[in-house]
Design a protein around this ligand. Structure first.
Ligand SMILES: [Zn+2]
Length: 81
């Protein structure tokens, strides 16, 4: 599956992001599901965040996007590099 996601980068404008460069951050911070999309912009390499509505979130989940648990405070990165 080579699905791509149409979204916008704050620097580049409209971009198409391969699913492999995007993941959905599910925050259970306040007991409420928050649907935050994180993606690495293919244009500038910047990591962007976008809030999604429930409908978009479901679409992405159905399409098989990666899901990661968001930390209460963004800025804690994994140690994979
Ligand atoms: Zn960009």
């Amino acid at each position: 599956m080579a699905a791509r996601l149409r979204t916008t980068c704050s620097l580049c404008g409209d971009v198409e992001v391969p699913f492999s460069a995007a993941r959905l951050l599910v925050s259970v911070d306040t007991g409420e599901m928050s649907n935050l999309l994180e993606f690495d912009c293919p244009g500038c390499g910047h990591t962007e965040h976008r809030w999604l509505d429930e409908f978009s979130t479901r679409l992405l989940l159905t399409a098989g996007i990666d899901v990661a648990a968001a930390m209460p405070a963004l800025g804690r990165h994994d140690r994979s590099r």
